[in-house]
Ligand binder design. Structure first.
Ligand SMILES: N[C@@H](CCC(=O)N[C@@H](CS)C(=O)NCC(=O)O)C(=O)O
Length: 197
């Protein structure tokens, strides 16, 4: 049984969404975390090494970091086919977009929103302005990041774009807007929102 260490309105919410889409058995363990305003506290019940969310425990096996959790869960619960398995077509793309999420997309977003200039060629990621056309091009061929099939990477990217949908710092893109709508309209998302709040 999967235990998801969760705090509402954080990065762990999207894993309620993924677990719903996977139709996996899980329980939510609500924990406290430190918060942006300097409040909150690390919860001793949370096994994440930095007291962050998300983290999962699978009968005592701890997995943390969003990309690793997504991969672990889709390998562990393959029945709804939300991530190509090793040896299947699309596995390479799946792994690449998972790693790109943590290694490029999140840092690019954070640099943009914190007004940090990305050092060209030395940072392991690129500026948002260089990243977005790559994703828009990919999604134009879509409808999903892996092509025709919704997968766990769409949970990560779709919910991230949704978070910044109204920010003036994120250039408007009909392709991204349609993508976010497609992801958030899924019944699994509605179920997750009801459970995660
Ligand atoms: N790289 C981590 C980031 C996790 C993360 O920073 N989560 C935030 C909530 S959205 C958190 O727990 N913050 C509390 C803290 O940093 O102590 C992942 O993708 O899983």
């Amino acid at each position: 049984m999967i235990t998801l260490y969760h705090r509402p309105n954080t990065r762990s919410t999207r894993f309620v969404f993924l677990l719903e889409e996977l139709a996996a058995p899980y329980t939510l363990k609500l924990v406290t975390t430190r918060t942006r305003d300097g409040g909150g506290a690390v919860d001793p019940a949370n096994p994440h090494p930095h007291g962050k969310v998300p983290a999962i425990s699978d009968d005592g096996v701890l997995v943390f970091e969003s990309s690793a959790i997504a991969l672990y869960l889709t390998d562990r619960f393959p029945q709804n086919r939300l991530g190509p398995l090793a040896g299947e077509p699309g596995r390479g793309a799946y792994l690449s977009w998972l790693a790109y999420y943590s290694g490029v997309m999140e840092p690019a977003f954070l640099c943009k929103f914190m007004n940090v200039t990305v050092p060209r060629a030395t940072a392991g990621w690129v500026a948002l302005e260089e990243m977005l056309p790559v994703l828009i091009d990919r999604l134009s061929q879509g409808p999903y990041l892996l092509g025709g099939n919704f997968s766990a990477v769409d949970v990560l990217y779709g919910t991230s774009f949704a978070l910044f949908a109204n920010s003036p710092l994120l250039p408007k893109s009909p392709v991204i807007e349609a993508y976010v709508k497609r992801i958030l309209e899924r019944p699994g998302y509605a179920r997750a929102m009801a459970k995660a709040a």
